[in-house]
Design a protein around this ligand. Structure first.
Ligand code: PMP
Length: 387
C-alpha cells in the first residue's frame, strides 16, 4: 500500500492561531454560548448601501465573466488616483494588479522576489501570516525585534545590522498588526533607504492605511521609492473583508513575473466585486472618516480600561484597530491564556505568540467591535482569574 502524506512544503505553514481561537469560539457559540469577539481583525461596520448596490448592478449587468487578469482598467485607474490624491505620488495603473484580498498580493510579491534559501526580514512582533508565506516558498525568515521601549517602531540601524547577503526582502506593516503603531514618515523612509543601499526590496503592507489616530499619519512607501512593492486592500479601511478584494503595486522589474503568476494562479479577481470596490473608492470620503472617528472612540475607551484591569499597555496604539497588552499577570503562555479567557469569560482574544516570540505573554485585543460589546468584554474580563 502506498502511504500518502501532505507535502513537506505544506508543513512549513503553521496554524493561524487567531483563526484557531475564532473556530473554537464558533464551536462554543454553536452550543449556545454568548461570545464577545475581540480576536479577529474584522470590521463590525459596513460600507454604505451604494457599495452593495454597485455589486448588485454589476451582477445584473452580466459582469460575471473573467476580467483582465490585472483587474478592471477603471478600478486600477481609481486606485492610481487615490495614490495621487492621498499621497501625492504617481502610480501607473499598469503597475497595479487587483487581487482577491491582500493575502494573494503578498504571495505574488514574495513569489516574484524569493528563491529557496533566500531570507526575508519581518518584524517581531508582526503579522502572523508573513512567515508561513515565506517558508512555503522555500525562504527563511529573519526577525527584527521590536521593543515596547522603542514604541514597537523598527530601528533602521538594527535593520542594517540584520541584513545579510541572503536577504531579499523586508516586510513593513504600518500601521501595524498587532502593535497598532504607525511608523513616522522619517523612520519609514530611512528603513526603505537602508534596504535600498543593500539591494533589499521592501514590501510595504499598507492594509491599515488611513486608520491612524492622535495625529499619526500613514505614509506610503511609494512616496519615497518606486522600487517597493505596496500591498493594500478593501478588508479594513473599506470594511469589506469577506468581499475579498485587494491589490499590489508592482515595481517595473517585477511586472511581467507578477502578471504571469496572477494569470496562472488566480486568473483574475472577482468581476462584480471589483465594481463594488470602484464604488467604494469613489464615495470613500463619505464614510471612511466617520469609521475612523468611531474606532478612535473605542480605542480611547479600551486602552485605559485594559490598564485598569492589570493588562499592561506599554505604548498607546495610534493606528489600525488593535491593542497589544502585556498579560503576564494572568499567565505566561499566551495561547493557553487565550483559551482560558475564552473558556472562563467567553471573550475571544488573540494570543501574542501568533505574532512572534517577543509577543509571548501578550494578548492582542481588536476593537473592531461595538462600544457596547467592548464594555461587556471589560465587565467579563474584570472577573478573570490567573491561569
Ligand atoms: N496584512 C495584514 C497586516 C493583515 O492584518 C491582514 C488581515 N488580517 C492581511 C494582510 C490580509 O488581509 P486580506 O487578505 O483580508 O486583505
Amino acid at each position: 500500500m502506498v502511504l500518502l502524506s501532505p507535502s513537506a512544503r505544506s508543513h512549513k505553514v503553521d496554524a493561524f492561531k487567531v483563526m484557531q481561537i475564532l473556530e473554537e469560539a464558533k464551536s462554543l457559540e454553536a452550543s449556545g454560548a454568548n461570545i464577545v469577539h475581540l480576536e479577529i481583525g474584522q470590521p463590525d461596520l459596513e460600507p454604505p448601501e451604494e457599495v452593495r448596490q454597485a455589486l448588485y448592478r454589476a451582477v445584473k449587468d452580466g459582469e460575471t465573466g473573467y476580467t483582465h487578469s490585472q483587474g478592471h482598467p477603471r478600478l486600477r485607474e481609481a486606485i492610481s488616483k487615490v495614490y495621487s490624491e492621498d499621497y501625492g505620488t504617481s502610480v501607473d495603473p499598469d503597475s497595479i494588479v487587483v487581487t482577491m484580498g491582500t493575502s494573494p498580493a503578498l504571495l505574488l510579491a514574495l513569489g516574484a522576489l524569493i528563491d529557496p534559501g533566500d531570507e526575508v526580514i519581518i518584524t517581531d512582533p508582526g503579522y502572523a501570516c508573513y512567515a508561513g508565506n515565506v517558508e512555503f516558498l522555500g525562504g527563511s525568515v529573519s526577525r527584527l525585534q521590536l521593543t515596547a521601549d522603542s514604541g514597537f517602531i523598527p530601528d533602521p540601524q538594527a535593520l542594517r545590522e540584520l541584513i545579510s547577503p541572503k536577504t531579499k526582502a523586508f516586510i513593513i506593516n504600518s500601521p501595524s498588526n498587532p502593535t497598532g503603531r504607525t511608523i513616522p514618515r522619517s523612520t519609514l523612509f530611512e528603513l526603505i533607504s537602508a534596504c535600498e543601499e543593500s539591494g533589499v526590496t521592501v514590501i510595504s503592507d499598507e492594509i491599515y492605511h488611513g486608520m491612524s489616530y492622535s495625529g499619526a499619519v500613514s505614509h506610503s512607501a511609494r512616496e519615497h521609492s518606486k522600487s517597493c512593492f505596496v500591498l493594500n486592500g478593501f478588508s479594513k479601511m473599506y470594511a469589506m473583508p469577506g468581499w475579498r478584494l485587494g491589490f499590489v503595486i508592482v515595481p517595473e522589474t517585477y511586472r511581467d513575473a507578477i502578471h504571469r503568476m496572477q494569470q496562472n494562479f488566480f486568473l483574475c479577481a472577482n468581476n462584480f466585486v471589483q465594481w463594488a470596490g470602484l464604488a467604494a473608492i469613489e464615495i470613500r470620503h463619505s464614510f471612511t472618516h466617520a469609521m475612523v472617528a468611531e474606532y478612535d472612540k473605542r480605542r480611547q475607551y479600551l486602552v485605559p480600561e485594559l490598564r485598569r484591569l492589570g493588562l499592561g499597555v506599554p505604548v498607546d496604539p495610534d493606528g489600525a484597530f488593535y491593542v497589544l497588552a502585556d498579560a503576564t499577570r494572568f499567565g505566561n503562555d499566551s495561547m493557553a491564556l487565550a483559551r482560558h479567557i475564552l473558556k472562563t469569560t467567553k471573550v475571544a482574544v488573540a494570543p501574542g505568540i501568533d505574532f512572534g516570540s517577543s509577543a509571548e505573554g501578550y494578548i492582542r485585543f481588536s476593537y473592531a467591535n461595538s462600544l457596547d460589546n467592548l464594555k461587556e468584554a471589560v465587565t467579563r474580563l474584570s472577573e478573570l482569574e490567573p491561569l
